[in-house]
Design a binder for this molecule. Structure first.
Ligand code: CO
Length: 144
């Protein structure tokens, strides 16, 4: 595994709409492993592929209850509302208050291409929504 460079705010890469991830091979697994190492080293709770310079639809989240890898995630349902502080590893040392849904249900593929669904609430829901936003070139500061 290796720590990858995190793309910082101002780089056009963060504003691109990412493309579907079509292969579920050792190359993808290597990137996902590197992303986890990078996220933990930076003490983040999520990281999206474009943040390491890869314009594909996948991201990782770990809010303290285990790592989840979301390949080609799709938001199925959301409800409720939460307002809280949010930051981003691509925008170091900055935080702002963002309102998002309280509960989400997402369908995604795992690293082998198997489809699964995950339901989340509170911080985990917030982190998942934040990372999915990255795949569409959206940053939390757009939602302040
Ligand atoms: Co972010």
């Amino acid at each position: 595994m290796a720590i990858r460079n995190i793309v910082k705010y101002g780089d056009d890469t963060l504003r691109k709409v990412c493309r579907t991830q079509l292969t579920f091979d050792p190359h993808l697994h290597q990137i996902l492993d590197d992303m986890a190492e990078t996220m933990y080293a930076a003490e983040g709770v999520g990281l999206a592929a474009p943040q390491v310079g890869i314009l594909r639809r996948f991201c990782i989240v770990d809010v303290g209850d285990g790592l989840i890898e979301l390949i080609n995630p799709v938001l199925l349902e959301s409800d409720g509302e939460q307002t809280g502080e949010e930051g981003c590893l691509s925008i170091p040392d900055k935080y702002a208050t963002v309102t998002r849904p309280l509960n989400v249900k997402v369908r995604a593929q795992d690293r082998f291409g198997n489809s699964f669904e995950v339901s989340a609430t509170e911080l985990k829901a917030r982190a998942i929504l934040h990372e999915i936003d990255h795949l569409d070139g959206v940053l939390y500061i757009d939602r302040v």
